[in-house]
Design a protein around this ligand. Structure first.
Ligand code: NAI
Ligand code: A1CAB
Length: 267
């Protein structure tokens, strides 16, 4: 499939690199900073187009990897090319619902897919959600989900659950990095160099997550296995609980869901 990606920032780059690693698609890119775009394309031996419209004319699937606030201008710019080429349009933007995207694109027959990936696409470990408007055939959605399995796991979910998914997987890598940093900083407080503390905590997180996936049990069961009676872990767990750890996470999730819904109303 000919896949065109508009925007080569954090996510555009992660998606291009993930798809290239899989190797079976023709990838092209467009972006604002033309010297950087051409250098990016040259390094990866892929095509670059100087305008978003030209890229659309050479794509079967167009991925919009730009910030939500520039969607109105980018969709305005590519509308004629969309009409001529009739590719499927895929948005990875937080907050912009299929309805909002349809209103912005202003083309009755435009097939639109929403994907919510995360930054781990860069290492082929994104956890992504996918859904589509009624114009997209079931087989087309399945094919697109398969394409994105090159950058990690893909879950087909109902659009009403997208805001929650953003909290669970799209934004939550930032929670995880903040947790790693807080734990590492505490190590520094007790004498560890920051780099070493961060590496130790990161590897502990990967190992703990791998074990949970492998054992496929309730996370609390593994926590119980770590916490010896009258030991160190239970002392730490109780202190975390009284400091409001779970509540802080719930509040973070609530704030993400609220913001995602606000963003769809702004457009
Ligand atoms: N950063 C993340 O972890 C995630 C981001 N997203 C979504 O991905 C989208 C992109 O986010 P980031 O990659 O973080 O943003 P970014 O700011 O890193 O990248 C945006 C890219 O769009 C380009 N761009 C801006 N205006 C343009 C225009 N008019 N025409 C063509 N290219 C243009 C910029 O030059 C840049 O390459 C957003 O809609 C965001 O909601 C979704 C999941 C995770
Ligand atoms: O912060 C954001 O709005 C984007 C969407 C999910 C992750 N980053």
């Amino acid at each position: 499939m000919k896949i065109g990606i508009i925007g080569i920032g954090n996510m555009g780059t992660a998606i291009v690199d993930g798809l290239l690693a899989e190797g079976s698609h023709e990838i092209s890119v467009a972006s604002l900073d033309l010297p950087a775009l051409h250098e990016f394309a040259k390094q990866r031996n892929i095509s670059a187009y100087d305008t978003n419209g030209e890229l659309v004319l050479h794509s079967d699937l167009v991925i919009l990897a730009v910030k939500p606030k520039v969607f109105p201008e980018v969709l305005e710019e590519i509308r004629v090319s969309l009409q001529l080429q009739k590719p499927i349009l895929l948005s990875i933007a937080a907050g912009l619902t299929l309805d909002v995207l349809s209103q912005l694109v202003k083309l009755d027959e435009q097939k639109i897919v929403r994907l919510m990936p995360n930054l781990a696409a860069k290492v082929g470990e994104s956890v992504s959600a996918i859904c589509a408007n009624h114009l997209v055939e079931k087989e087309e959605l399945t094919e697109i989900a398969e394409i994105f399995s090159a950058i990690g796991s893909v879950y087909e979910i109902e659009e009403k659950d997208f805001s929650t998914f953003v909290a669970l997987a799209g934004s939550s890598p930032a929670f995880v990095y903040s947790f790693i940093d807080s734990l590492a900083k505490s190590g520094v407080m007790y004498g560890f160099p920051k780099d070493l503390a961060t590496e130790i905590v990161t590897k502990t997180l990967i190992g703990s997550a791998k074990l949970l996936l492998e054992e496929n049990c309730h996370p609390q069961q593994l926590a119980d296995r770590v916490a010896s009676p009258a030991g160190t872990t239970i002392a730490g767990l109780l202190a975390l609980e009284s400091a409001g750890f779970a509540n802080a996470v719930h509040k973070g999730v609530e704030a993400i869901i609220k913001r995602d819904k606000e963003m769809s109303k702004k457009n």
